[in-house]
Design a protein around this ligand. Structure first.
Ligand code: HEM
Length: 142
């Protein structure tokens, strides 16, 4: 039996963290219409999710940097190769996903008037993360 290498363990951790960030957002979006009817429960659920999701996001960034090193991708080479440019697009999506989620969280206590914007930001964060995962697979297969 072949045991996982260090690089494989880091990549595994990266994918596990991605599943928390993406899967959690999908679950939250799916239950939101029902839970929102239960007073402040949605706020409590979202707060608990944030306590899990942000550490997962931090793990994504840290393991992503190690993945880059393990895949022989360095910052200076990024604009010069096709894989590097794919990684640049992916990093833009990661930034977008994190920023949209942070803004979404900040609006949490802003009242019902911001519900549509909050939903839009949540959807944007999820879409950007799903596309970042797709580009991650493209990089890993290159
Ligand atoms: C929302 C954040 C992120 C998500 C959802 C995500 C998701 C993924 C996924 C699903 C893979 C494919 C793994 C595979 O097919 O084996 C991957 C690979 C990769 N990710 Fe990320 N990632 C994120 C953030 C980052 C960040 C911030 C970096 C760099 C700083 C990064 C760098 C990489 C690299 C270099 C690979 C390829 C590894 C290899 O060639 O083996 N990722 N990512």
């Amino acid at each position: 039996m072949k045991l996982p290498s260090g690089a494989e363990l880091v990549l595994w951790l990266h994918v596990m963290a991605a599943s928390v960030w993406i899967g959690g957002q999908i679950l939250l979006g799916a239950i939101a219409p029902i839970v929102a009817r239960q007073g402040d429960v949605m706020k409590l659920v979202a707060r608990r999710f944030a306590a899990v999701a942000w550490p997962a996001f931090a793990i994504l960034v840290i393991t992503g940097l190690v993945n880059m090193h393990n895949a022989g991708l360095d910052w200076s080479a990024l604009p010069r190769t096709a894989v590097g440019r794919t990684l640049e697009v992916k990093l833009g999506l990661v930034l977008l996903s994190g920023a949209a989620a942070a803004f979404h969280t900040r609006l949490a206590g802003a009242g019902p008037g911001t519900a549509a914007l909050r939903g839009l930001l949540g959807g944007l964060s999820l879409l950007a993360a799903v596309l970042a995962a797709l580009f991650g697979v493209v990089i890993a297969q290159s």
